[in-house]
Ligand binder design. Structure first.
Ligand SMILES: NC(=O)c1ccc[n+]([C@@H]2O[C@H](COP(=O)([O-])OP(=O)(O)OC[C@H]3O[C@@H](n4cnc5c(N)ncnc54)[C@H](OP(=O)(O)O)[C@@H]3O)[C@@H](O)[C@H]2O)c1
Length: 390
């Protein structure tokens, strides 16, 4: 029996994790839940897992959830970053599912690594902003960080047993809702159009990133830190069906492809049971129904956000943290209706252009680059750049 914490339990990944863990009570005990502001969903989860302690982003949300109940008050671990830290230190789970969104997932990852937990990591921003530091904190034990991302789950499956012979890895990209349309023509697209992803139902931030294709750039950086391949050996192809999630090329030139349903419960379940493999209780792919599978090159010049991510990755140091922070600020402004879709890319470009890249010594340098970026964009764009929660 392993103990599990779910950070971001009310989100898209978090709710899928809850569904899996609810059915796997003989193998796992949920001891900790962290959410932002969705009090009603978290209350339901606390009924489902009566042994779990919890935290929320703000004191007011904790008060709303406790609502005078002494039993619930006794299960609260505080709020904000300190609340998550207390939650992890008090419960010391075997596995921490980090399904937070954005760089807010970074410190919880660092704390969980310090406590010796295994991390089932959906929060790719952790590795984008601070991959160099986080892998160092994992003490050369990459098996302590298990990816919850369809492409990286798929790569991990194929690399097991083939790592030494693999010369190149290939991530697939669906192309998002605007595949085939020139990026420059997307100035007027609405938030609703952007959030209408053709193959995946996900939280808003990663859905916007999928529409700009920055997400695929973030995933290239994530793959680099997870599996240790140089950036030249990480390719991306557009594959609209989202059936093949990745391919690996072996030394003899042959390719192995990994096919799986577009269902995040598979990577989540796999991360929980790793290194064991269990039967998946939901529908698998039927080979007879696969139909045609298409692949075409992803041309960076067609997707400027992807190209910027590649540049930041190659620059290294603080550049990926700036890329990530600028994107978070810009996506927030776009979702809040304060800027247009193309401005997201402009903001990233501006921040990367103005930033003086530095080498990373520790987590403080990452957080400083993150703070610098948000302040730079706030100075440049004033109220438009103000976070929605402010
Ligand atoms: N969704 C997918 O299919 C998918 C696939 C691959 C990778 N990922 C990655 O997984 C991560 C999560 O994505 P998602 O789609 O699940 O996002 P999401 O639906 O927006 O969920 C985010 C979760 O984080 C919580 N949260 C946000 N800020 C918080 C804070 N300061 N303190 C505590 N909790 C906070 C939210 O709480 P409230 O809702 O209560 O505010 C929610 O539970 C992202 O890094 C994403 O890139 C997602």
């Amino acid at each position: 029996m392993k103990t599990v914490a779910i950070l971001g339990s009310t989100g898209s990944i978090g709710r899928s994790a809850v569904e899996i863990l609810d059915r796997a009570r003989e193998d796992f005990a949920v001891v900790a839940l962290a959410a932002g502001e969705n009090v009603s969903e978290l209350r339901t989860q606390l009924v489902l897992f009566p042994g779990a302690r919890f935290t929320l982003r703000d004191a007011s949300s904790v008060d709303a959830l406790v609502d005078g109940s002494r039993a619930l008050a006794g299960r609260a671990a505080g709020f904000g970053d300190a609340g998550i830290e207390a939650l992890l230190r008090d419960t010391r789970p075997d596995i921490v599912i980090n399904a937070l969104v954005g760089v807010s997932g970074l410190l919880p990852t660092a704390i969980a690594l310090e406590l010796g937990c295994t991390i089932a990591l959906a929060n790719k921003e952790t590795l984008v902003a601070a991959g160099e530091i986080v892998t160092r904190l994992a003490g050369g034990r990459p098996d302590r960080i298990i990816p919850i991302d369809s492409e990286h789950f798929s790569l991990a499956r194929m690399l097991r047993g083939h790592r030494a012979e693999t010369t190149e890895i290939v991530l697939t990209a669906s192309g998002g809702p605007f595949r085939g349309r020139p990026f420059a023509d997307l100035a007027g697209v609405s938030v609703a159009e952007v959030l209408n992803h053709p193959t995946w139902r996900m939280g808003p931030k990663v859905t916007v990133d999928s529409a700009t294709l920055l997400n695929k750039g973030l995933e290239v950086i994530e793959a680099h830190w997870l599996f240790g391949f140089p950036y030249e050996a990480i390719k991306v192809v557009v594959h609209p069906q989202s059936v093949v999630h990745s391919l690996v090329r072996l030394r003899d030139g042959s390719l192995i492809a990994h096919l799986a349903p577009a269902d995040m419960r598979l990577p989540i379940m796999s991360a929980l049971y790793d290194p064991e493999m269990r039967a998946f209780p939901w529908p698998s792919l039927a080979v007879e129904d696969l139909g045609s599978l298409e692949f075409r090159p992803l041309r960076p010049e067609e997707y400027p956000a992807f190209a910027l991510a590649r540049e930041a990755a190659a620059a290294g140091g603080t550049a990926p943290a700036v890329l990530n922070a600028a994107d978070e600020a810009a996506v927030d402004a776009f979702l809040g209706g304060r800027i247009g879709f193309l401005d997201v890319v402009t903001w990233i470009e501006e921040a990367l252009g103005a930033h003086e890249r530095r080498a990373l010594g520790g987590l403080g340098d990452v957080l400083e680059a993150d703070r610098w970026t948000r302040e730079y964009l706030a100075r440049r764009h004033g109220e438009t750049a103000a976070p929605r929660s402010a």
